[in-house]
Design a binder for this molecule. Structure first.
Ligand code: AMP
Length: 480
């Protein structure tokens, strides 16, 4: 079964050893819950040793008051994990902890290593045992193996061997370490606390615990947070920022800013550009014949607002999403996925009845959600349903941590836009262009058709990845 590592990491370090970092990590994980709902864990360093608590489920379910009271420490790291159900297992819950003669370390990892199988084999050949099928355990075992050289060397040596995407929060004795892969595919930011420091996958979680955002960790940067100081090292000369564009499209929270680009603003701009491209296509600027534009909650909403502004189409709610249902995208099997999708969204009949409706979603992957949405809008009496998508067609799998199915299940890989429009039973269908998406992420680039050096991984849209990727089959059989 293929493993997906779509996760959130959070770490807190207090200068004062008497302070407890665990409650803040708990709140930080709550704010990163959208990045993973399958398991949650916190590891805390106290008196030179590391204690960990991990469990399956949401942060609030795993960390009951009783469990929370069992661990404390002035430095702690936490993790939320999201995977396909087949690989869902407590052994794969993070942080991973390794205890050895010279000390202990805990590792929280967001990303996917592309050479995990080779590294695992090498480690196993040298007598290292594994307890999980997660590629993140390779990292903890590599650090442990090199630990006698000192933490900093152990980390830089580990980083030299691993390939792929990683945002890491590592705890060792009284040191908190953050690292981001040389392309910075997954986000990681640094925050300041009164008397301490924070590492977080997203800036929204820094705000949530009352911290102040300081900066993003740079691609290929290692930060070592020790009492009173933050040391920064560049571990790779070959850095080229290629942050995942899908973080802005779907994955991250709108109140986060990643690498200087606010997620909400990028989504608003994507909607505006979609509206502009629509007008350009129609050859009649501003003339989009719809009575209402609605967004698919949550990530489609800012784009619908932007589209409404750009085209003069009134924005309304139209679709309501259950707040208590997890991200159903990964429900196993098409039948249960369709059922889950119908529980997830409902339509406000009075808002759409008799109207020509433009509906905007962030992405179409398998087409299950969009097909069902068109059907419920028409069922509620919408006169026309025009589907718009504020990312280009997803045609290629992600090898770096976003859960995308096999190529054959990507509906845009096997259908043209007009075939897909028929499949959805929509009156029209259009996607934002790749250029348009890039412009939404960098408004300065309008009109600049030069694609090189744009700073984003667009692999799922273009099939061009920032680093070599294994064949899909290779990825599959390499995993437990
Ligand atoms: P689908 O129904 O397969 O076309 O999936 C598209 C819907 O799932 C959109 O509404 C997206 O917001 C959402 N989505 C896109 N990518 C993911 C992902 N990696 N995990 C969970 N949901 C996703």
């Amino acid at each position: 079964m293929k493993l997906h590592e779509e996760c959130g990491v959070f770490g807190v370090f207090f200068d004062d050893p008497a302070k407890d970092a665990v409650p803040l990590v708990y709140y930080g994980l709550f704010s990163l819950q959208h990045r993973g709902q399958e398991s949650a864990g916190i590891a805390a360093a106290c008196d030179g040793s590391i204690e960990v608590r991990r469990g399956m489920g949401l942060v609030g379910d795993v960390f009951t008051p009783e469990v929370l009271s069992q661990i404390r420490g002035s430095a702690a790291v936490g993790h939320v994990r999201y995977s396909t159900s087949g690989s869902s297992a407590i052994e794969n819950a993070q942080p991973f902890v390794s205890r050895f003669k010279l000390g202990s370390i805990a590792v929280a990892h967001n990303g996917t290593l592309t050479n995990a199988d080779v590294m695992r084999e090498l480690l196993e050949d040298s007598g290292v045992g594994f307890t999980s099928s997660s590629d993140s355990e390779v990292i903890v075992n590599l650090i442990a193996k090199n630990y006698r050289k000192g933490l900093e060397r152990a980390l830089t040596d580990t980083i030299k061997f691993i390939k792929g995407s990683y945002a890491l929060a590592v705890l060792s004795g009284d040191v908190l370490v953050g690292a981001r892969d040389p392309n910075g595919i997954r986000p990681l930011s640094l925050g300041r606390l009164d008397g301490g420091w924070i590492l977080s996958s997203e800036s929204c979680a820094i705000d949530a615990v009352g911290g102040v955002f300081v900066r993003d960790i740079e691609p290929g940067e290692l930060v070592i947070i020790n009492r009173g100081q933050v040391l920064s090292f560049s571990f790779s000369e070959k850095t080229r920022r290629a942050v995942c564009a899908f973080e802005y499209v779907y994955f991250a929270r709108p109140d986060s800013t990643i690498d200087g680009v606010n997620v909400y603003e990028a989504r608003i701009r994507a909607g505006e550009i979609l509206g502009r491209e629509e007008a350009e296509r129609a050859g009649a600027p501003g003339k989009v014949k719809a009575d209402l534009v609605i967004g698919v909650p949550d990530s489609g909403i800012p784009a619908a607002i932007g589209y409404g502004r750009a085209t003069g189409t009134p924005y309304g709610l139209g679709i309501v999403k259950s707040k208590y249902i997890g991200r159903t995208f990964i429900a196993p099997g098409q039948a249960s996925r369709e059922k889950a999708v119908s529980v997830k969204h409902n339509v406000i009949h009075g808002e759409v009845r008799g109207k020509r409706v433009v509906i905007i979603d962030d992405s179409i992957v398998r087409g299950t959600t969009s097909r069902r949405l068109v059907s419920i809008l028409k069922g509620a009496g919408a006169k026309e349903v025009h589907f718009r998508v504020c990312s280009p067609p997803v045609r290629f799998p992600c090898f770096f941590g976003i859960d995308t199915p096999h190529r054959k299940d990507l509906v845009s890989n096997v259908n043209s836009v007009s075939e897909l429009c028929k499949f959805l039973d929509a009156d029209s269908l259009a996607f934002i262009s790749l250029e348009g998406l890039l412009e939404s992420l960098d408004p300065q680039r309008a009109g600049n058709t030069e694609n090189n050096g744009h700073g984003y991984c667009l692999g799922c849209f273009s099939g061009e990845y920032p680093i070599p990727v294994p064949g899909e089959a290779g990825m599959e059989c390499g995993r437990a």
